[in-house]
Design a protein around this ligand. Structure first.
Ligand SMILES: Nc1ncnc2c1ncn2[C@@H]1O[C@H](COP(=O)(O)OP(=O)(O)OP(=O)(O)O)[C@@H](O)[C@H]1O
Length: 499
């Protein structure tokens, strides 16, 4: 792009720079200067960083430079910041990639989408161990367009690990995570809502567009640098290149739409227009969760991952969240120990047990029914096979060697096949016992040491780890709140009974 075009593109009335009063004033002041400069330098071409400068015979660069400098210095008086920019400050503004590289990257990102799944994400035979302890052995499942998948399993089964693998925060040891497109936007809502208490609500929503805000801030800085670089045509050319690059990035992220998007979303989340200027700190955790969720949705994710989103929420907010998520079309994966929540939302349940995943169609209640049926069928198949194994063993010992050795050897082969290739696994059924905690002693807390124990509440398994030590003080329920809805606390705090 030639220098003139760049100066024209630096039409400071363009809307991507809107929103700053200081900037608006500067824009107004700078516009006539740069327009005039661009007209006068009509025959001059500066190409990027190659510093090739062509001039017409009527163009006197020195004369032009001093004229532009005179005009821009008038602006600089109004904007003292420009004068304070050091050479290092200006150099730090330049991106590593050129405009062409940026364009190429965009094209690559958009076209490099070939994948064996048409929407969402698929896990194939994923395994993961930590320090030699296997958490995931063989995990395969899929979340597709229109699906809301509930991930269930006992504490420590590896549910969060799976979300972290999908989000790219962890690498699987083996297996594949196949995404519908490589640049998929995957958003994570955890139970710890990420909000900044000292921001206003609108600022908080704007912070969802961190990259975009950075572009906006950088554009402002480049503009300031331009004002102070009028004596250096080469630098000015480079700055215009940088401005061009930023402008392309701004267009790619649709900077103009941000404000409108926030204004549309706020009432959907239950915020009034007046809330815009209130501090985040003045809202309850339920409302802060709405902000967290809103920030995620503003980014138009392709997949939403939710890890225990109902923890710390009151019942009204949980119901609101259920209704709100139900309306969202984006595919999602939800980890929750809240059965009612999963019932309301899920179209599919993936259970992880002892490192292996199993998929059940339907919501949580349907999963419980299907799982019982599966256990029954599996148990019947296992029993049948055990009988067959016993019968075959018996046959082998009766046939023995000698004349029947041929039949014995084929029975041995059959036994081998039954015990290895065709082996039906005995379904694992957890035994549960209930533990209640005693009234707090004088020390304010107590320790329960549990050896070789599994225990849970109703159908929710809490621990399947042996030799577990739990410390609990009545006022300190953080350890527990990770797994349990509030209604269980009353039961736990009521008294101790070892079943
Ligand atoms: N970075 C890590 N280093 C070592 N061990 C880890 C790491 N991350 C997870 N683990 C272990 O892996 C196991 C599975 O953890 P994960 O958080 O995925 O389980 P979960 O099913 O989400 O449990 P919960 O319901 O308690 O959230 C746990 O025993 C945990 O201690």
């Amino acid at each position: 792009m030639d220098f003139t075009t760049k100066l024209h593109r630096l039409d400071l009335g363009s809307s991507f720079l809107s929103g700053s009063v200081v900037l608006d004033a500067r824009k107004a002041a700078l516009r006539p200067c740069l327009r005039a400069a661009s007209n006068r330098i009509a025959t001059q071409t500066i190409r990027g960083n190659t510093n090739i400068i062509k001039t017409s015979k009527f163009f006197d660069p020195e004369k032009e430079k001093s004229k532009i400098a005179a005009r821009l210095s008038a602006v600089a008086v109004e904007t003292p910041v420009a004068e304070t920019m050091t050479k290092e400050d200006i150099e730090s503004l330049f991106s590593n990639s050129s405009v062409h590289e940026f364009d190429n990257k965009r094209v690559n990102k958009q076209t490099n989408g070939a994948s064996s799944v048409s929407s969402g994400v698929k896990l194939e035979n994923v395994s993961k161990s930590y320090k030699g302890a296997t958490v995931l052995k063989d995990v395969s499942w899929e979340v597709k367009k229109g699906e809301k998948v509930g991930l269930v399993g006992v504490n420590g089964a590896g549910k969060t690990t799976q979300l972290r693998i999908i989000a790219g925060h962890e690498e699987p040891d083996s297996g594949n995570v196949i995404k519908a497109k490589p640049n998929m936007k995957i958003s994570f809502l955890s139970q710890e809502f990420e909000v900044c208490l000292s921001r206003t609500v609108r600022e908080e929503f704007m912070s969802a567009f961190k990259d975009e805000m950075e572009i906006s801030t950088k554009m402002e800085k480049v503009q300031k640098a331009l004002e102070s670089s009028i004596n250096d045509l080469e630098l000015m050319g480079r700055l215009l290149d940088e401005f061009d690059l930023l402008q392309r990035r701004a267009q790619a992220v649709d900077l103009d739409q941000l404000d409108a998007k926030i204004s549309k979303l706020m009432p959907e989340l239950g915020f009034s227009p007046e809330d815009s200027h209130r501090l985040v700190a003045s809202f309850s955790s339920g409302w802060q969760m709405r902000m967290s969720l809103g920030k995620i949705l503003l980014q138009d994710p392709d997949l939403l991952l939710l890890d225990e989103p109902t923890n710390h929420l009151d019942l009204d907010t949980i119901e609101w969240l259920e209704g709100y998520l139900k309306k969202q079309e984006v595919p999602m994966v939800i980890i929750s120990h809240d059965r009612a929540f999963l019932d309301q939302l899920c179209t599919k349940i993936v259970e992880t047990d002892m490192g292996v995943s199993r998929t059940f169609e339907g919501n949580y209640s349907q999963y419980v029914v299907s799982k019982d049926a599966w256990i029954e069928a599996q148990y019947a198949a296992w029993e049948k096979q055990q009988k067959e194994i016993e019968h075959t063993k018996d046959l082998i010992s009766r046939l023995g060697a000698g004349a029947n050795s041929g039949r014995a050897s084929s029975a041995e082969k059959k036994l081998e096949k039954l015990q290895e290739e065709d082996l039906v696994e005995k379904p694992f059924q957890r035994k549960q016992i209930k533990i209640r905690f005693p009234e707090r002693g004088r020390s304010g807390r107590f320790v329960v040491a549990i050896k070789n124990l599994e225990f849970g509440f109703e159908d929710k398994m809490l621990f399947n780890r042996a030799n577990l030590t739990i410390e609990k003080g009545r006022e300190n329920c953080h350890y527990w709140s990770k797994w349990m809805r509030k209604e269980y606390f009353a039961e736990i705090d009521n008294g101790f009974r070892k079943a």
